[in-house]
Design a protein. Sequence first.
Length: 221
Amino acid sequence: MTTENFIPFEYDQVEQKESLERVKSFYSDINKRRSLRVFSDKPVDREVIEYEIKSAGTAPSGAHKQPWTFCAVSNPEIKAKIREAAEKEEYENYHGRMSEDWLEDLKVFGTDWNKPFLEIAPWLIIVFRKTYDLEDGIKSKNYYVQESVGLAAGMLLTAIHRAGLVSLTHTPSPMNFLSKVLNRPENEKPFLLIPVGYPADDAEVPDIQRKPLEDISVFYE
Ligand code: IYR
């Protein structure tokens, strides 16, 4: 292993008892995260969004290529364009493109082709994955792009929750209209559209449960 470019790792020791306290407290907070479809139009400062994106940008990535771009949109005209294009696609999805089974699975969420939150939420963060890097016309390879951008998106949702805001992981399908509206280069493909803001005063969420630990884990001791 060549380590000439290495620097000391900064680490604050945490005792086991405190680890448990910290992770229990983290779990009780993150367990309150819900995907919201009803937003308030209350504004959110740009700096909050910047730090959420900076947090997402700390995610690990294949060969540290950081193959992501986060587009943060508060401009009302651009939000209106995104809503119009998304609803056009979703109308087709709900009227023939999605299977009966799929529509049945979605009933509990009460979704349809209408997406008013795309204009009401103060910010839309559109996550792009860089299928390859493109700098000054020169292409170079990225690795494990889906995994890397998925991790960054998860950290973004966590940061949004930590800031006391709510979000939705939205995937209007197909999403290529986002490249056009946001004028993104050819090496970037839309990955997720995440409205961010405060919940509407009367917001409700579906009554669904998370799987218990026994159903999502296997321990080998
Ligand atoms: N993209 C559609 C449909 C949809 C699909 C899944 I999978 C969901 O978890 C929720 C919705 C929409 O946003 O309505």
